[in-house]
Design a protein around this ligand. Structure first.
Ligand SMILES: Nc1ncnc2c1ncn2[C@@H]1O[C@H](COP(=O)(O)OP(=O)(O)O)[C@@H](O)[C@H]1O
Ligand SMILES: [Mg+2]
Length: 255
């Protein structure tokens, strides 16, 4: 699919497949189009061209009502957790249930408690977001993302801004939840080490284009100098580090 903003190509004819039940990591530097790609896949933004398939449905042809139904199957953990600061933890996690269902309060209580346990938290229902650490905010955001029992869970840079231990906890949670809930997981990340730990499949984006994909082993042993430079985080090599250099480097991209 392709998406441009005022002439800037944010998604440059990217084709991607997310294998059912697996963890796919979309890896790329800042501004490489990871979030843009994710927003198109979940139907928050419409591609300029291209299609998104889920089962036998095609997203861009869905009506508003159908799109609304589709989104219920997608759980999303946003980059900034996107919790409501004026609501306590319980109401934050319960929010999608209140919006989409008519479940009784007691049922909602049980469901929230269950999801909190799944993300490794207990007894925090009454706390406000301002009382929580970054790692806890992510876990609350995650409990909310899975409250509707989605088929696919999307994570936008789930470990960015966290200390290494909290980041490790989130990485483990992603893998564990993928297994326990039997969901398909799509993780957007610029964290190379964490990506190699959690991924079944890695896609590397660069200036909106997909430059490589494969299993972690395949990416690790890739002979593509761009891939090697990227995973070693080396400033020397074929990849320029600012977007303004792009025109000079068009030829290193896969058409
Ligand atoms: N809503 C928007 N309006 C204009 N430009 C945008 C918008 N969203 C993203 N972009 C631009 O598209 C490019 C890709 O952005 P993004 O998908 O957020 O990258 P990433 O998530 O990999 O950091 C960036 O150059 C960014 O500035
Ligand atoms: Mg982003």
């Amino acid at each position: 699919m392709r998406k441009t903003y005022n002439g800037l190509v944010a998604s440059d004819d990217v084709t991607c497949r997310f294998r059912k039940g697996k963890v796919t990591v979309i890896l790329g530097g800042s501004g490489s189009g990871k979030s843009t790609l994710m927003r198109q896949v979940v139907g928050l933004e419409k591609p300029d061209s291209g299609t998104v398939h889920f089962g036998d449905r095609e997203l861009t042809s869905l009506s508003r009502a159908e799109l609304y139904e589709y989104r219920k199957k997608m759980g999303m953990l946003f980059q900034a957790s996107a919790l409501f600061n004026s609501l306590d933890v319980f109401e934050n996690i319960a929010f999608p249930l209140r919006e989409h269902t008519k479940l009784a309060d007691q049922v909602i209580r049980t469901m929230v408690k269950m999801k909190l346990e799944l993300v490794g938290l207990r007894g925090v229902e009454g706390l406000m977001p301002s009382q929580l650490s970054g790692g806890m905010l992510k876990r609350i955001g995650l409990a909310r993302a899975i409250i509707m029992d989605p088929e696919v869970v999307f994570y936008d840079e789930p470990t960015s801004g966290l200390d290494p231990i909290s980041a490790g906890v989130i990485d483990k949670l992603i893998v564990d939840l993928n297994e326990i809930l039997g969901v398909t997981s799509v993780v957007v990340s610029h964290d190379i080490e964490s990506s190699f730990k959690i991924a079944d499949w890695i896609m590397i984006l660069f200036f909106g284009k997909k430059i490589a994909e494969g299993t972690p082993e395949e990416i690790q042993s890739s002979e593509d100098p761009r891939v090697q430079q990227f995973i070693k985080g080396s400033p020397e090599g074929p990849i320029p580090f600012t977007r303004t250099d792009k025109d000079f480097y068009e030829d290193i991209l896969i058409p």
